[in-house]
Write a protein that binds this ligand. Structure first.
Ligand SMILES: Cc1ncc(COP(=O)(O)O)c(C=O)c1O
Length: 408
């Protein structure tokens, strides 16, 4: 009998299981609306022209080697990543401890591990719903830290439950609790707090001495505007005295999914705390990965450090966000054309890659089984899977499953 035979088994990851099922599907008109990956006008992966140019420059340099990065990571990447998210100058950055991570997931994980070891918080507050990995990460890091949720989203009206979120944090969160926020383009709902709402949330965090932990996986990718997508983080950074964390991913905004580029920033507010934090982050990261991967870091640092490449990157971001916006409009128009019962207007105003459809489990199963259209069991769709060639088919199929009476 193996030592491991009695391990409890969880369901396979829903998103990755759907990706595999989609690959194995031979239907010529299949549509993949499940993964959070950008797809081009023909539903294919897209290498950003800025990234392509940076790669050509980097790989043609014969001095490019394969040595280890320092434990904290690629130095230029860390500096440029700080400026990108905080809009920071050197003076502002004096108390920010930054370390390179295995993409956004690694930044979330290292941040959780750091907080568990350094602070042992009573609870972590997570939006309901959220990116599935927030719960997984915190559960595995330390199951004694209670995972609680704040009621972010109203599933009936497709709007933010702002009052309930505020009152939950005000009445139930305790000093020192961690609160995870999506910096922009909330996954899975596609709806963000307004600026006034962010101000009110920041005030509650200050009043209650909570520790904000921003997850920023979509900067520039959400609206196409880098500063706009960083507004929430910058508001907390410049207008409160809160210590906070930021998990920054470069997977979506650079299309570098498999390269695993990310940074964790801990805003410490004093230089001595920064130095101790860097020390602890280095030890935790050394014990986990020794050093972070080099090639993706080189690409991001190169693009952010070169005026021409950065300009091209901003064009690339606009290209992606415009395509998503135009697909949102095309889908809404087609759903309305078919007079599809349901509430669809939010599809146009949601931000970034995702929207909730409100489709029920049996409808989602029919979309997959009959029409070969794949979406997450939660009803979340990824807009990037839509193209001019399939959007009509998707709208017509949604209309069919919504209007067909449920089989008994
Ligand atoms: C909210 C959120 N955080 C973090 C991530 C992780 O991204 P990465 O691929 O960089 O690990 C994702 C990716 O889907 C996400 O949606």
């Amino acid at each position: 009998m193996s030592l491991f035979a009695n391990l409890s088994e969880a369901e396979p990851d829903a998103a990755f299981a759907l990706i595999e099922a989609y690959k194995a599907d031979n239907f010529p008109f299949k549509v993949d609306l499940s993964p959070g990956f950008y797809r081009d006008e023909d539903a294919r992966p897209w290498i950003l022209p800025s990234v392509e140019k940076a790669k050509q420059q980097l790989w043609s340099d014969s001095t490019t080697d394969h040595e280890h990065l320092p434990i904290l990571g690629h130095t230029a990447l860390l500096d440029r990543a700080q400026s990108l998210i905080f809009g920071a100058t050197c003076k502002d950055a004096a108390t920010i401890a930054s370390i390179q991570t295995i993409a956004g997931t690694g930044a979330n994980h290292l941040g959780a591990l750091f907080l568990a070891k350094a602070r042992r918080p009573r609870s972590v507050w997570i939006s309901d719903p959220t990116w599935i990995n927030h719960h997984e990460i915190w559960q595995w890091v330390d199951s004694r830290i209670e995972r609680q949720t704040y009621p972010y989203f109203n599933k009936q009206s497709f709007t933010i439950n702002f009052e309930d979120t505020i009152s939950t944090l005000k009445l139930k969160a305790k000093e020192g609790d961690i609160v995870i926020f999506h910096g922009c383009a909330h996954n899975p709902t596609g709806i963000d707090f307004t600026k006034d709402q962010w101000k009110a949330v920041a005030a509650v965090c200050e009043e209650k001495n909570l520790v904000p932990f921003f997850d920023v996986a979509y900067q520039g990718f959400a609206t196409g505007d880098l500063a706009e997508d960083a507004w929430s983080v910058r508001h907390f950074f410049y207008n409160t005295s809160l210590e906070m964390l930021v998990a920054q991913s470069f997977s979506k905004n650079f299309g570098l999914y498999g390269e695993r580029v990310g940074v964790l920033h801990v805003v410490c507010r004093t230089e001595i705390a920064k130095s101790k934090t860097l020390n602890m982050l280095s030890r935790l990261s050394r014990a986990e990965i020794t050093t972070a991967p080099i090639n993706g870091a080189r690409i991001v640092a190169k693009v952010l450090g070169d005026a021409d490449l950065k300009q091209q990157w901003q064009k690339d971001l606009l290209h992606m966000s415009h395509r998503m916006k135009s697909m949102r409009k095309r889908l809404l128009d087609a759903l309305l054309k078919y007079q599809t019962p349901g509430s669809w207007d939010h599809i146009l105003t949601d931000i970034g890659m995702f929207s909730m459809t409100g489709l029920q489990p049996d409808q989602i199963r029919q979309l997959k089984g009959i029409y070969h259209i794949y979406l997450l069991p939660s009803g979340r769709i990824s807009i990037t899977g839509l193209t001019e060639h399939n959007v009509e088919y998707v709208a017509m199929s949604i209309n069919k499953v919504v209007t067909t009476p449920k089989l008994k």
